[in-house]
Design a protein around this ligand. Structure first.
Ligand code: PHE
Length: 453
């Protein structure tokens, strides 16, 4: 294990919470959550999702935090330090690998967001047109999406090169408040739209007849993705926490902010969607890139300036959310490269950015010229997403819980979560029960369902 660079730390409690919340709040909240709510019957899904966050998300996040903070090392080294010579290290390897894979396709979708932002501001988006054809023409183009993805990767790189304090912490402190402000403005605007009542009823009235096993499992999968669990990201961030960071409280704050933003995104999207006739809330992944521009165009037909402002702000929100998440994915890999190869941050992050972008090019082309190239029937994009979110991620969450619940010494876990006994944690026994039994069984169920369901 080579380590030459001195390790940075986060300098303030606010920085810690905003950076970790920045990782969690991402495309998963603004784009994936409303889509899942739409597909799975509205408020009933939200209730189940909340249970998953509390029962599974919070304990897994606490476990990642304690592993990272205890070892002050990248994820792979963290597992090696806690269990020298044991196979648990594989979990660290899987985490870093999956962060790398996700970053490659996350960059492509973020590039689309950047393009839609630019088009909104230039006035090219809100003109009456077939938005589905518009989206297909753009995403299958061999050059433009790649250029936008590369610009997004450069933005991420630019932050990561600056390190933990002057990069991640500083920019999270600027971007997260901006993001929350934009959400606030958009929620107010959305409530003023004619379909607000119908949209809110859809979001707030639970219909339990729609709840099936697969809805419960989708809620759990969504919680994992949205809270950035099992990818080494939160573990890496926690390795920069200082000894007085309160892990339990931080995990609760991050989960609350993440859930709050997801629900508010629903409050923005559904009133807007229901304001326009013949548009379904269960549009699927096209919701953000096909349905919403259409909605913005129709809803603001008479006052295009407001339309530009609304859609511009919406895509800016999505971009900020994506950027703070991409930073954490990038850092998870970069920290490993710095510490394992003993090379400076500048060089390590350049290596990560370039290699990830190379994979990103494959992902982007899989919407166009490479759409016929498939592995196991999946395009590159589909394959990366499948491996990452359907296989490695749930397996990783399972291993982290088994590690914290069964392998690690109970005293070590208690000391870490309570900062050596100085911060009371009355629910410690409940935490142990959850990570030992409840979470592993829950994750095993998602896993089986995803693979064979
Ligand atoms: N949590 C992020 C989101 O909601 C995605 C992400 C997953 C980021 C895993 C980092 C690690 O979009």
């Amino acid at each position: 294990m080579k380590v030459t660079e001195k390790r940075d730390n986060f300098t303030s409690k606010l920085g810690v919470v905003l950076a970790a919340a920045g990782s969690a709040v991402g495309l998963g909240n603004v784009w994936r959550f409303p889509t899942e709510v739409g597909n799975n019957g509205g408020a009933a899904f939200i209730l189940i999702y909340l249970l998953c966050v509390i029962g599974v998300g919070v304990p897994v996040m606490m476990s990642e935090f304690l592993i990272g903070r205890h070892t002050h090392a990248n994820t792979i080294t963290a597992f090696s330090k806690l269990a020298p010579g044991k196979w648990w290290r594989i979990e660290g390897v899987a985490g870093v690998f999956v962060a790398f894979l996700i970053l490659s396709y996350y960059t492509v979708i973020s590039g689309w967001t950047l393009y839609y932002l630019v088009q909104s501001l230039r006035g090219g988006l809100l003109v009456s047109q077939d938005y589905s054809a518009y989206f297909t023409a753009f995403s299958s183009d061999p050059y433009i999406p790649i250029i936008y993805a590369a610009v997004f990767m450069l933005m991420t790189h630019w932050v990561i090169v600056r390190g933990v304090q002057s990069g991640i912490e500083r920019f999270s402190k600027i971007m997260m408040p901006m993001l929350l402000l934009i959400i606030g403005i958009l929620v107010v605007c959305s409530f003023g739209m004619p379909g607000a009542g119908t949209g809110l009823r859809f979001l707030l009235k639970p219909d339990f007849s729609k709840v099936t096993a697969s809805v419960v499992l989708s809620a759990m999968g969504q919680a994992f993705f949205s809270l950035s669990l099992a990818m080494g990201c939160l573990c890496t961030y926690a390795s920069y926490f200082t000894s007085d960071t309160k892990l339990v409280k931080t995990a609760f704050s991050v989960c609350s902010i993440d859930t709050f933003v997801a629900v508010l995104s629903g409050f923005i999207i559904f009133p807007a969607v229901f304001s326009v006739p013949n548009v379904n809330p269960d549009e699927g992944p096209g919701l953000v890139f096909v349905t919403l521009p259409n909605v913005f165009n129709i809803a603001f037909h008479n006052v295009p300036v407001l339309g530009y402002a609304f859609s511009g702000m919406f895509y800016l929100l999505l971009l900020l959310a994506a950027l703070t998440s991409a930073m954490s994915l990038h850092e998870s890999v970069t920290a490993y490269v710095i510490e394992s190869m003993g090379i400076p941050r500048k060089k390590a992050s350049a290596m990560v950015s370039c290699s990830c972008m190379a994979l990103g090019v494959l992902c982007s082309l899989s919407f166009g010229v490479l759409s016929d190239v498939t592995v196991f029937g999946l395009t590159f994009f589909g394959l990366f997403d499948f491996c990452a979110s359907k296989i490695i991620m749930p397996a990783g969450g399972l291993v982290i819980c088994l590690f914290a619940g069964w392998y690690l010494d109970r005293k070590l876990v208690y000391n870490e979560l309570t900062n050596g006994g100085t911060v009371p944690f009355r629910l410690f026994r409940l935490y142990v029960f959850l990570v030992r039994y409840v979470v592993p069984v829950a994750i095993a169920l998602i896993f089986i369902n995803e693979l064979f369901g």
